[in-house]
Design a protein around this ligand. Sequence first.
Ligand code: DGY
Length: 333
Amino acid sequence: MTRVIPQAGIDLLGRQAEVVVNDGDEPLSAERLQEEARRSDAVLTLLTDGVDADLLRSGDRLKCICNVAVGFDNIDVPAATAAGIAVTNTPGVLTDTTADFAFALLMAIARRVVEGDRYARAGRYTGWGIQLLLGADITGATLGIVGMGRIGQGMAKRAAGFDMTILYSDEVRQPPERERELNARYVDLDELFAVSDFVSLHTPLTPETRHLVSWERLNTMKPTACIINTSRGPVINEPELARALREGRIAGAALDVFENEPAIYSDLLDLENVILTPHIASASVATRTRMATMAAENCLALLAGERPPNILNPEVLESPQFRRRFELTGASA
Ligand code: DGY
């Protein structure tokens, strides 16, 4: 385990396996991670652990990488498959918690909640003002959802309660019946960015989505529009977003994820029209506990020779490289 995770996950694994936990304050260095992976049957990783081809090629013992996250852009899955190592993630359990938070960010940026808090704390509130901290209405506005997976759909459900017009864009179009249920209209990205009052990002990070939100794209948005990102930081070009916010090309941004976490592009820190939160969209007690137990369940299933419920590369289970790892070193669960 590369970091301490909620105890329920540690306990679950500990009942059937010898568990080694990095209980230090820092993530493991690449060298340490590689060293530990070489002497483990499974590694439970967090999204802050980079799992690359070098690590995956080292040693014969490792059989699975179990990410305690739904996103898995920190893992080279094709390299894992080639090396005969299974990769799992934790989908579904964080959908509502993350969509709740994304909608909270939408409301907070629209109605300038965080700015208002800063204003009041600074002792600047000297009397009710008819022009004070005017924001944008949410009810009846248009929401553009980029990526209509589980969390994007969760966002659409919440938006329906505010009578929002819902547009979405994705590689895959939802079936007509689902579009009707969600009251969402499929549009291309150009239209989505051009007409939405709020754009919320729910896409995985892939080579295609990296810097999807660029200076050019931002300039097609309404000057009154806001962007919300709870997906992955590199989907937005941060310096270009900072410039767009500074120059008033768009009205605001609420970001839970950053291009080079934990670093935040310094210009963003000085802007009033941006909300910055430290990648906590899934951070409720219940959800983080469930993510930990789900990762443990994936791990135990794999080590017991069963198909893990959330395997990302199921084809690996049939590969000679994968079988060879069990033949050579067995498994301890
Ligand atoms: C994930 O699971 O990918 C989130 O970013 C953290 O919960």
